[in-house]
Design a protein around this ligand. Structure first.
Ligand SMILES: *Cc1c(COP(=O)(O)O)cnc(C)c1O
Length: 375
């Protein structure tokens, strides 16, 4: 859908919306060459421990366990916390498919809960209404890297003895009350898929301060370390991906700063009191700007369509994103979640990644200004 104007100004829709930019950090090829020379390429290679230590240090937690995807991180966390057939797992209606599928992988039942109005945080009242003796875990989700301040819900869940699993798969560097997303619950799950702020192609990791839980997740994802007394899966991260992750982790802060600056540029140009405003969050919270997320006042569909025509399709069009219970797989778990329904349908997501050129950012800014002041 590239218009003549887009061509004329050098706007490349495919580049702008495809967030794959991570300039290979200096030394990346050398690190890979060393590894190839060494020959130990499996998930049992020594570089894995170095990568896990670096991740734990960056996020300020006791333990990180590297795995082969964010999905594996979620599955291994839920399984290790005892989620099985007959268990119920609380999940916000704003969750995308990859957050929810690991619940089904465990054979458990998703119980879909609402969020607070215009927020990603779980609604404590709805949690209270939906907790049962079968509730084994609750997933919280800083979607699009926007802070989900779940403190009220977490207190309730703590009292009920229900562990919180944070799906921070897109939220590297997001902060809630000064603390990193992924370190707020019992365990945090992050992805290093190509589109995430830290990319190793495919990959993920688990963060926790609970040494015992980390150890059990490590055993589970490493075939029980082949001791023969513990069941496990093989979800190890291959050594070359750990080598890539280790190098790129050193550049993560710089990448996040660039996102923040780009988001600021676009937001500052947004007309005040127009029909677009940023998804709100608390004064002590910071998004990582995985996407810039705006809420549409009034009818969102025409705005989404206009953005798609401008080469900037929001998630509803690009990925068919919608409240979880509108996905065929999850329709049977539908519960009334008016706040999440509104947030999911009235939000649009814009790219602000560090690989965008000035022209591309200008294009985004101009399109938004037009749309925000439109009728
Ligand atoms: C990417 C993502 C996942 C899954 O991660 P993979 O590494 O692709 O398996 C899960 N949840 C969210 C919110 C994600 O963005």
């Amino acid at each position: 859908m590239t218009s003549d104007l887009q061509t004329a100004i050098g706007f490349d829709a495919v580049h702008a919306v495809n967030d794959r930019y991570t300039p290979p950090p200096a030394g990346e090829l050398d690190a890979l060459a060393d590894l190839l020379d060494d020959g130990r390429l499996s998930g049992g290679a020594p570089i894995l421990a170095a990568y896990e230590h670096a991740l734990a240090a960056w996020f300020g937690v006791r333990r990180a366990v590297a795995v082969n995807s964010g999905s594996s991180a979620l599955h291994a966390s839920l399984h290790t916390l005892g989620v099985r057939y007959g268990s119920e797992v609380l999940i916000p209606a704003t969750a995308p498919l990859p957050t929810a599928m690991p619940i089904l992988t465990c054979g458990a039942t998703p119980v879909i809960v609402d969020t607070l109005p215009d927020r990603l945080a779980l609604d404590p009242d709805d949690i209270e209404a939906k907790l049962t003796p079968r509730t084994r875990a609750a997933i919280t989700l800083p979607m699009w890297g926007y802070p989900a301040d779940d403190r009220a819900a977490r207190q309730l869940l703590d009292e009920a003895g229900v562990p919180v699993v944070e799906d921070a798969c897109q939220a590297h560097g997001t902060r809630v009350a000064g603390r990193y997303a992924g370190t707020l619950g019992r365990v945090g799950c992050l992805s290093t898929h190509d589109r995430k702020p830290l990319s190793t192609g495919e990959g993920g990791f688990v963060l926790t301060d609970d040494e015992d839980l980390a150890e059990r997740i490590d055993y589970y994802t490493h075939l029980g370390h082949l001791r023969g007394n513990l069941h496990g899966v093989n979800a190890k991260l291959a050594a070359p991906l750990a080598a890539i992750g280790l190098r790129r982790l050193a550049r993560l802060t710089e990448q996040l700063d660039a996102r923040r600056a780009n988001a600021r540029l676009v937001l500052d140009a947004l007309p005040p009191n127009g029909r677009l405003r940023e998804l709100p969050y608390g004064p002590a919270d910071t998004p990582n700007f995985y996407n810039l997320v705006l809420l549409v006042r009034g009818e969102p569909a025409p705005v989404a369509a206009a953005l798609a025509t401008a080469g900037l399709p929001p998630d509803s069009i690009r990925y068919g994103y919608r409240p979880l219970y509108h996905q065929p797989l999850f329709q049977r778990y539908a519960r009334r979640c008016p706040n999440a329904e509104r947030l999911a349908t009235a939000s649009v997501q814009l790219p602000v990644h560090p690989g965008m050129s000035e022209l591309e950012l200008q294009w985004v800014t101009d399109r938004l200004a037009d749309l925000a002041t439109g009728d």
